[in-house]
Design a protein. Sequence first.
Length: 309
Amino acid sequence: MTGSRIIGWGSYLPEKVVTNDELAESLDTSDEWIRERTGIRERHVGGSTGDMSIRAGRLALEQCGLTGEDIDLVIVATSTPDQLMPGTSAVVHDALGIRGGACDMQAVCSGFMYALTAANGFIATGLDRVLVIGADSLSTYVDWDDRNTAILFGDGAGAAVIERADDQTLLAFDLGADGSSRHIGFTDHGGYINMDGKEVFRTAVRAASKSAKKALAAANMTIDDIDWMVPHQANVRIIESIAKHIGLPMEKAIVTIGETANNSAATIPVALDTAVGDDRIKPGDVLLMNGFGFGMTWASAIIRWQPPT
């Protein structure tokens, strides 16, 4: 079977930062209260999904010395497209000069994982390189007078270039969904983010933990084989609970939520870019990427980090 590997990566966060103290000026909350319950200190807001996607995608291409002419397909995972039509991927396609196709993928916070596994499928059937981007501008859909949601979300984008390779670095994956749980987290057209926080917490921990275990079994691995978990950054307590359920020490979890909050499909690629950039993740490391989103959707992937030397 044709293999693949990540050869380029990058991320972008808007310049504007909203701190917990700033939110406390208009909401019945405090920096201490938010940090204790979520792990969040600040969030980046501003910029369109398309613009952030272009910036992250360009960084990923530059990182591996490629241009859009070298890309057969761009997939943008987002639940906050700039327009209903066309897809945000069309904007990225034009700006980066992608030679191949373009499509959007909507699996909310699990979107990057779905797109990553889809990219591997496209490569297995003939493509050479796929640019995968996870991007969301959730601040557009936040009711800034609602303490329950305003503290949680931010904007951002992360990207990865996936290339055909002799060896397969995607060792296993698991994708899932439960549409009967869609009522616990949703956003109507023209509306704000609505969520039942307690139920989202319970469902997310249960689904993401089960997904991680299924991916490990598919890879014929145990949790001891994992060097780093790169989880969706929704709430530090959720990350801690998932780690506990699967037996992973928290010191092996990449946690960036303090600086980014929850920027949906962007959280995993942003966390990956951060941990590679500060040399925590090294060539040969085995990564467990694990996420969940409204829907409910969930996804896990086990990857051997083997970028070009």
